[in-house]
Design a protein around this ligand. Structure first.
Ligand code: HEC
Length: 210
């Protein structure tokens, strides 16, 4: 019974998705869609219904996809500024943690799913979208390859800061980015972002030494 319920939710979600790209549903408001979505989900563990609320950036990106109209320049500038303002630099100004812990975080897709134990530390699932090392051959390619990231770019303060910001909130540089906002959305902790940063920059990490 539970399985059937999830199957129905997924079916209705894909219907909503398909329609928003094809043509607007006549007589159906955004409000109607939200009502159906909210009635279809129940909070489980760490997964709360707040996650159905879109951030202003996500809303602008959805509106753009549904209407086929580009986001107006001044709205875009405001969204990028808001995203940048949400970024917190590391409290102790140290950008780099432990690359070994970072590799585990990059490999892990655990966290924020209804099937996860509440309170479990989330992973970054970076390999789902990026090549990072030569040794890991299972990776996605939605994002660019990050192999030799630190080796190619060095570790000047500007590149450390850019990379921290990009991981914290990718929307600060690319509106409608497909990359999760790991810091702003509360997916990874400050220490976890430091560890992933070390994976990208440490000369001894498999990102740079292979
Ligand atoms: C769902 C896919 C997805 C996941 C998961 C993901 N990324 Fe990305 N990432 C992207 C995309 C797409 C881009 C490039 C376009 C953009 O900026 O939005 C990108 C860009 C980047 C860049 C900038 C690269 C450059 O050349 O400037 C860095 C650094 C990065 N990602 C690091 C990470 C790290 C570290 C993780 C894991 C904690 C991660 N990403 C997880 C999709 C993803």
């Amino acid at each position: 019974m539970k399985k059937l319920h999830y199957a129905m939710v997924i079916a209705s979600l894909s219907l909503v998705g398909a329609h928003s790209f094809a043509q607007p549903l006549t007589g159906t408001s955004d409000q109607d869609v939200m009502t159906v979505l909210k009635e279809s989900f129940a909070p489980v563990g760490d997964v709360t219904l707040e996650r159905l609320e879109q951030s202003p950036e996500q809303k602008a990106c959805s509106d753009m996809a549904a209407s086929g109209q580009a986001i107006p320049k001044e709205v875009m500038e405001k969204l990028l500024k808001q995203a940048m303002a949400s970024i917190k630099p590391p409290a102790d100004k140290q950008f780099l943690g432990d690359w070994k812990a970072g590799e585990k975080i990059a490999q892990s897709g655990v966290g924020l799913q209804f099937s996860d134990k509440p309170g479990v530390a989330s992973g970054g699932n970076c390999y789902a979208c990026h090549q990072m090392t030569k040794s890991e051959i299972a990776f996605g390619n939605i994002g660019p390859s990050l192999l030799h990231y630190g080796k190619n770019r060095g570790n000047a303060p500007q590149i450390l800061e850019y990379t921290w910001n990009k991981i914290y909130n990718s929307h600060a540089y690319t509106a409608c980015s497909n990359m999760p906002r790991f810091g702003t959305a509360g997916i990874l902790t400050e220490q976890q972002i430091k560890d992933v940063m070390a994976l990208l920059f440490d000369p001894a990490s498999p990102v740079n030494n292979q």
